[in-house]
Design a binder for this molecule. Structure first.
Ligand SMILES: CC(C)(COP(=O)(O)OP(=O)(O)OC[C@H]1O[C@@H](n2cnc3c(N)ncnc32)[C@H](O)[C@@H]1OP(=O)(O)O)[C@@H](O)C(=O)NCCC(=O)NCCS
Length: 144
């Protein structure tokens, strides 16, 4: 059986390793230790890790801008999938958002990640076809 607990900066190296091992997850400069520390401080007790026998097997990072919630980096190691771990992680994040009065949450999925698209749609998340996301990188660093 798995357990879920709040992610802390001490989990950083293990979480980055999980991300590196998972196709469909893209790592950016915004995933540096410094940026992750800032993110966790700004969004206390909103990101979670799942553990089995003391080892990390999944994670989700969750935050908000005061108005809408955002989920990122949901992943579960392949050998632990299909036992409700992702749903458990997402539920913890959404419950924290709800406790803050935030009912709506967004997330980005790479268009090439068809399995993730199936997962989110099956869980009732609505694919937005009415908006396009625009991004601007001030530094000129394309991996920002
Ligand atoms: C997507 C992912 C997080 C799902 O993890 P998981 O722990 O297997 O998911 P769960 O066991 O909680 O599944 C919950 C439900 O989703 C379904 N589901 C899980 N993976 C699915 C998939 N690839 N396609 C369709 N349905 C899926 C399960 O059957 C289950 O359905 P139910 O609620 O009707 O019983 C996992 O496959 C993963 O890590 N993928 C790679 C990383 C990734 O793409 N993350 C998303 C980035 S946006």
């Amino acid at each position: 059986m798995f357990s879920i607990r709040v992610m802390t900066l001490d989990d950083y190296d293990a979480v980055i390793e999980l991300m590196r091992m998972t196709p469909g997850i893209s790592l950016r400069d915004a995933d540096s230790r410094e940026a992750t520390s800032r993110y966790l401080e700004r969004n206390p007790e909103m990101s979670f890790v799942a553990q089995i026998d003391g080892a990390l097997c999944g994670c989700v990072m969750c935050g908000h801008d005061g108005r809408r919630g955002y989920l990122q980096h949901l992943l579960v190691l392949p050998q632990y999938r299909r036992q409700g771990i992702a749903n458990g992680l997402v539920e913890r994040g959404l419950a924290r958002l709800e406790a803050l009065g935030i009912q709506k949450c967004h997330l980005d999925v790479l268009k090439t990640n068809e399995a993730a698209a199936r997962y989110w749609q099956r869980q009732g998340w609505q694919l937005r076809t009415d908006i396009d996301r625009y991004s601007f990188i001030r530094s000129g660093n394309r991996n920002a």
